[in-house]
Design a binder for this molecule. Structure first.
Ligand code: ATP
Ligand code: ATP
Ligand code: MG
Ligand code: MG
Lengths: 165, 164, 164, 165
């Protein structure tokens, strides 16, 4: 089971709908400073249910919505869609593709959908858990996060392992 | 619950020794429980001894050495409890060329059973890609993905060739 | 005392705008006093607007953009209140190639009146050296300086030639 | 006025007396991870009077003395010597070279010397102040210190400027 598509729309600097088609192996993203690479990474962890605005570098959940630029006005909603290839039927669904999406507006509300049907965050987490992705947010290592592993308190490091266990 | 953690810790600790030796050939690393009696609430300590050196506080290690120790910890978890997907954002920025190659060989091993998404500025890391994406920010403050290149064949691990 | 700080702040703030524009062409940066009334005890805020973007919290900037903003602040102080000597240890690690060149041109300006000592892993930074030192750690855990190469002439800014 | 020599002896990983002869322009230090480059930088800020063990990555001042390795025993003292070229007579001394040195043993005591004559830290600071180096420890930017400029509180940033003023 792997990620086939990641689609960002109105998410951070990706004002326009943007689709990445990922491959099974090693996918590498490059580009200049400030171009949007880490924003893609943020989009991925956001659609997987990340709850802390600070882990996405923001002060509030509203910070993930395209805020406009010198030439453009901001948008009112952000959406990220993750399409999983279920060819190996790791997920207990009779579909070859499963799409998870998350949607937020400026009130701070997040909505989740599985295959376009509205659901709760819990449903997404259970689905991912079946897929072995689960609460494995430890497998998403953000920019500058390495040193935190070393600065972390012994109990915080325990939490890393407990999350993966 | 304690059982789950204790098994996980054993597996991670075992992998940590293996991975540490891969990143610090001739060195030795260990994970220890802060309190071996307290399996329910104890924390985890990292002991790192680069080759030829003596065990010291982690704070005295160099920038690159600290990155390697942190990577050893994370990769030990990845190997003990695999995930189908990994995301690594510029984790290798502080590594010199030799250590970068050691890191990349660990990533290749992850890739045998998982999908990996890496953000980088390093040329060698780009060369390890099966597919490469170029991101840019336009003058109007909007990001876009402007390129996608796939390696011609998985066997030839040279620079990806434009296939579109 | 207040006079000394207030003059220094004015000079640094002026230089900050200049240096920011060098590192973010088309962008605009400003230093502000947290409380313009309180010259004795107020702190300093940094406002950064990369080209084409809107002013935002510093936390939303990218890794490389944050490095550039911090460098703009430090270089503003260096230019407003020069020192005969500067030491920079891997400060440019997060910069892409274009930004690295902008950084290096600022270092060349420092060098007109000061001595600069830089630690780096970046090839372009090495190429800017008047003299290059190679450091290594031996198998017995002892460091030594094993090489010293000087540029043949100050005018030819190409790779230093071994002169010993 | 510039730094002509930096000599480290028993300082961190430089167990043997090691001399760097610096030039007037851009001096660049390279080498593998963990080879000793930042240790040289630490030696420089130490001899200029740095007081906080944490700014040299240690827990106590004793951490600057060569602690031994797998094959070698530790040493009992660390010394760093800085030789300034005073050809332009920036310093109010009738000498073309001025040498500042700092010496520490395992009791945690530091001794300072100017041209081999014992003196106090204050004397070193006054001399450097005359040279325009002064308390300009802001002009010594350590590895990983950049982000601190941004994370710093507004008052901490003020301190940067006050120190240089
Ligand atoms: N909500 C938003 N609306 C518009 N732009 C945003 C928003 N959030 C972040 N940005 C912009 O995105 C840019 C940061 O992008 P990102 O962190 O992805 O860069 P990067 O490609 O990872 O760069 P680096 O190589 O320096 O790490 C910043 O310039 C920021 O202003
Ligand atoms: N008191 C000491 N005695 C012996 N070795 C020491 C002492 N203090 C530090 N070291 C060793 O020095 C090494 C760190 O050196 P340093 O920080 O200068 O590396 P570096 O060349 O800057 O590397 P990087 O490129 O990764 O930043 C560590 O391996 C550490 O064990
Ligand atoms: Mg980034
Ligand atoms: Mg270093």
């Amino acid at each position: 089971m792997f990620v086939r598509f990641l689609r960002l729309s109105g998410f951070k600097s990706f004002a326009h709908p943007t689709v990445l088609e990922l491959e099974r192996g090693i996918n590498v993203i490059v580009g200049p400073n400030g171009s949007g690479k880490s924003n893609i990474a943020d989009g991925l962890s956001w659609v997987l249910g990340s709850q802390a605005p600070s882990s996405l570098r923001g002060a509030s959940m509203e910070d993930v919505i395209f805020a406009g630029s010198a030439e453009r006005v901001g948008l009112g909603v952000a959406e990220v869609e993750l399409t999983l290839d279920n060819g190996s039927h790791t997920l207990p669904l009779d579909l070859s593709e499963v799409t998870i999406s998350r949607f937020a507006d400026r009130t701070g509300n997040s909505e989740y959908r599985i295959n376009a049907a509205p659901c709760r965050l819990l449903d997404v987490q259970e689905l991912l858990s079946d897929a072995g992705v689960g609460r494995s947010l430890h497998s998403l290592v953000g920019q500058g996060q390495l040193d935190q592993v070393l600065h972390a308190q012994p109990l915080e490091r325990r939490a890393f392992i407990e999350e993966a266990a | 619950i304690v059982q789950v953690f204790s098994e996980a810790f054993e597996d991670v600790a075992r992998e940590f020794e293996v991975v540490f030796e891969r990143l610090f050939p001739g060195g030795r690393g260990r994970l220890e429980l802060s309190d071996p009696q307290d399996l329910l609430g104890g924390g985890i300590e990292i002991e790192a001894r680069p080759p030829g050196k003596r065990v010291k506080k982690l704070s005295l290690l160099s920038g690159g050495e600290r990155s390697l120790v942190a990577l050893a910890f994370l990769f030990a978890i990845f190997r003990a409890r695999p995930s189908p997907f990994y995301l690594l954002d510029e984790v290798e920025a502080a590594l010199d060329d030799v250590n970068l190659q050691r890191f990349i060989s660990l990533v290749h091993e992850l890739e045998e059973r998982a999908q990996v998404l890496i953000v980088t500025h390093q040329k060698r890391t780009m060369e390890a890609a099966d597919v490469l994406y170029g991101v840019t920010m336009r003058a109007d403050g909007v990001s876009e993905v402007i390129a996608r290149r796939m390696r011609e064949s998985r066997e030839s691990r040279e620079s990806p060739v434009l296939t579109e």
